[in-house]
Design a protein around this ligand. Structure first.
Ligand code: ATP
Ligand code: MG
Length: 363
């Protein structure tokens, strides 16, 4: 087992101006489950492939444990990778697929058999060892791909969207199994996904990337409660956090015909006369008209049983001259109707304020 360090690791593809991964600094502890998350094209797979040795590192370095592996070929890095398209060999049985890497490494048949059996037990696929992959379900094939990585007993597991071929329900159960298995094995794992729910439920810590730049790396709770900037604020959480550009006043900011109070510290830290206000759908409560309430015109009510979400627009334009869309979670037993105007209040201490220019969180 081993820790992992990205030290200003940079990857520039020929022909593109901006690096696909730009001076990535990240330390992953021994045994940790770290998730890399971000929108398509942000550099998740490239970061993972740099660690695997499948991609050159143009600047900076990557360490596994106390070894600088920047120049080492993939086979010398002691890692096992599970891809989205796990490509099992169709002509081999499950057992042969799982033991293949050990066979290539020239290990004795008895040892291979024992390791494959152990991994199969762990993954609950013992009864399929003699089958060919085509006779398995998607979820079972996924577990065989995991088994293939486990039998190698690597220092590090790398997984790139391993669940994206599975249907929604199977994804949920398989992600729980993978997270539990990783904790049992204690092998340092870097897991790539574009799905923020997957990231939040699986990771000890989650690293959010955008445009090749690391935005924030923290525990799921901390990312949710204290996003470092407006990008992370909008990316983590579903439905997404409301983000509205608001004009500063002497003691707060204007918000759609109402106002919110801000501390002097925040107002002083703002650059310019506007800020970006962020508040999650569950940070809003329905109230009566008043000085700190914000009127919203209801466009749509989404009733999910346990929750109801109101989608609407601010009644007045914001600092950018648009009527921002707002999502609010409301009591599912007494939802408002389409076309209603509701007055919402942001719960104290649940307001996030970001610089309108840089997006950085204000103190
Ligand atoms: N071989 C390549 N040559 C040139 N550019 C590449 C190459 N591979 C990736 N890129 C570019 O580098 C950027 C990052 O790609 P990467 O595959 O790491 O994104 P990703 O975050 O994994 O996205 P996705 O969620 O879609 O898989 C993208 O802009 C992509 O177009
Ligand atoms: Mg990718």
């Amino acid at each position: 087992m081993a820790s992992i360090t990205y030290d200003k690791a940079t990857r520039r593809y020929a022909g593109s101006e901006r690096p696909a991964v730009d001076a990535l600094d990240l330390e992953i502890a021994d045994g940790e489950f770290l998730v890399l998350v971000g929108p398509s094209g942000c550099g998740k797979s490239t970061s993972l492939r740099m660690l695997a040795g499948l991609e050159d590192i143009d600047d900076g370095a990557v360490w596994i444990g106390d070894r600088d592996v920047t120049q080492l070929p993939p086979r010398s890095r002691d890692i096992a990778m599970v891809f989205q398209n796990y490509a099992l060999y169709p002509h081999m049985t499950v057992a042969q697929n799982m033991g293949f890497a050990l066979k290539i490494a020239g290990r004795p048949a008895s040892e291979i058999k024992q390791k494959v059996l152990e991994a199969a037990k762990l993954l609950d696929i013992e009864q399929y060892l003699d089958r060919k992959p085509k006779a398995l379900s998607g979820g079972q094939r996924q577990r065989v791909a995991m088994g293939r990585a486990i039998v190698r007993e690597p220092q590090v597991f790398l997984m790139d969207e391993p669940l994206s071929n599975l249907d929604a329900k199977l994804r949920v159960s398989t992600r729980t199994q993978i997270a539990a298995l990783q904790r049992r094995l204690g092998v340092t794992t870097v897991y790539v996904t574009h799905d923020q729910v997957e990231a939040m439920t699986m990771g000890d810590r989650v690293a959010v990337l955008s445009d090749g730049l690391l935005q924030q790396c923290d525990t799921p709770r901390a990312l949710y409660d204290r996003p470092a900037n407006a990008f992370v604020a909008g990316f983590i959480g579903s439905p997404a956090m409301n983000l509205v550009t608001a004009k500063l006043t002497a003691d707060g900011a204007e918000l759609g015909g109402g106002s919110v109070r801000l501390t002097r510290e925040v107002i002083q830290a703002a650059d310019g006369d506007t800020v970006t206000l962020g508040f999650r759908p569950e940070s809003l409560e329905v109230t009566t008209e008043g000085p700190d309430s914000v009127p919203i015109k209801v466009d749509l009510v989404e009733e999910l049983g346990s929750d109801a979400y109101v989608y609407g627009k601010l009644a007045e334009t914001d600092a950018e001259g648009t009527k921002s869309n707002i999502v609010a979670r409301v009591d599912p037993r007494t939802p408002p109707a389409m076309g209603d105007t509701v007055h919402l209040r942001i719960r104290p201490d649940e307001l996030h304020v970001f610089s309108a220019t840089s997006g950085a969180r204000l103190p």
